[in-house]
Design a protein around this ligand. Structure first.
Ligand code: SF4
Length: 314
């Protein structure tokens, strides 16, 4: 049974609840006007874009830039226009088509979600947040994003860009600090108009503002539609002295890089690859073995030294 009220009204952490309700309520109007005039023309914002496409795009966009996602998304939806089409292909095809988007576990998660949608939801992406959350590999952010951006429902959706804009505009902090759902979701909720369409547009506008204008370094405040209501700007841009969000670990030399190199070998081969054939991808044998073991653990590779290693077939 779905509990929409739980999804749309998260617990509030009163210690971090914003002080000025009027200020929060009235950033929506200028943001919506700005978004309608300035938002990028992206596939998932076009009329008639399918909910399945929104789900795929939201998963691809996690930790991956828009410019890299758009061509891969279009190819993906051409090949697999519905969840059932993807479910009918082996997981290895999804991993291959993921190509170099990074974090390829997302391809397996998407395949598993597509299979559940095809088998349990009549090949229709669910609308309800709790039903979306029940799909394999779908987390809170993605579930909310699909409910709002595909179906236009009223829920707060919070990503790193949203957290930065709200921290600056509402809390007067230059940085949002570590993610915290009990604080972040009520803060976003507090600026959403009651009207569903306006609420969805406001959420998308805050995200877009964080991506284009209120960027991490050097925000373009002169071009900001809420500059006259921004608490951080009004306070003279004080330095942030609270806890900071953890920085992403360096990619070069990391196990992530080695995993990516091994995955490229597996993707490029139609037959199992031996451990010896993997050896040239990285000089450090211990790190190479660790990366291969983690790929096997994640289900992104299958096999052993006797039969060789390959992508998962089904
Ligand atoms: S005025 Fe500047 S810091 Fe404030 S929300 Fe706008 S871009 Fe961000």
């Amino acid at each position: 049974m779905v509990n929409a009220s739980r999804a749309s009204r998260p617990d509030v952490d009163n210690r971090t609840r914003p002080q000025d309700a009027n200020r929060q309520a009235d950033i929506a109007t200028p943001l919506i006007a700005w978004f309608r005039a300035e938002a990028r023309d992206l596939p998932w914002r076009r009329p008639g874009f399918p909910a399945w496409g929104t789900l795929v795009s939201e998963i691809m966009l996690q930790q991956t830039q828009v410019a890299r996602v758009v061509p891969r998304l279009e190819a993906w939806l051409t090949r697999w226009p519905t969840p059932a089409d993807l479910a009918a292909s082996p997981p290895a095809d999804a991993v291959r088509a993921w190509d170099r988007l990074g974090y390829p576990r997302r391809a397996l998660a998407l395949h598993a979600a597509a299979t559940a949608i095809a088998e349990q939801h009549g090949n229709v992406v669910p609308r309800d947040v709790d039903a979306l959350l029940a799909l394999p590999g779908i987390g809170d952010y993605t579930a909310r994003a699909v409910a709002v951006f595909a179906y236009g429902d009223r829920h707060p959706v919070v990503d790193v860009n949203v957290r930065r804009v709200l921290a600056r505009a509402l809390l007067g902090q230059g940085e949002p600090g570590p993610a915290k759902a009990k604080r972040d979701l009520p803060l976003m909720e507090s600026v959403l108009p009651e009207d569903r369409d306006d609420a969805a547009a406001t959420n998308a506008a805050v995200m877009e503002l964080g991506a284009l204008v209120c960027v991490a370094r050097s925000p373009a405040c002169d071009a900001c539609p809420i500059a006259d209501r921004c608490a951080w700007r009004a306070a003279g841009y004080p330095e942030h002295d609270g806890p900071r969000a953890p920085r992403q670990a360096k990619f070069a030399g990391s196990d992530r890089q080695v995993r990516g190199l091994i995955m490229a070998e597996l993707r490029a081969s139609d037959v199992p690859v031996t451990r010896d054939e993997i050896e040239p991808v990285w000089p450090d044998a211990e790190q190479r073995d660790r990366a291969l073991a983690s790929l096997l653990r994640d289900g992104l590779a299958v096999g052993d030294d006797a039969s060789g290693y390959r992508l998962p077939e089904g």
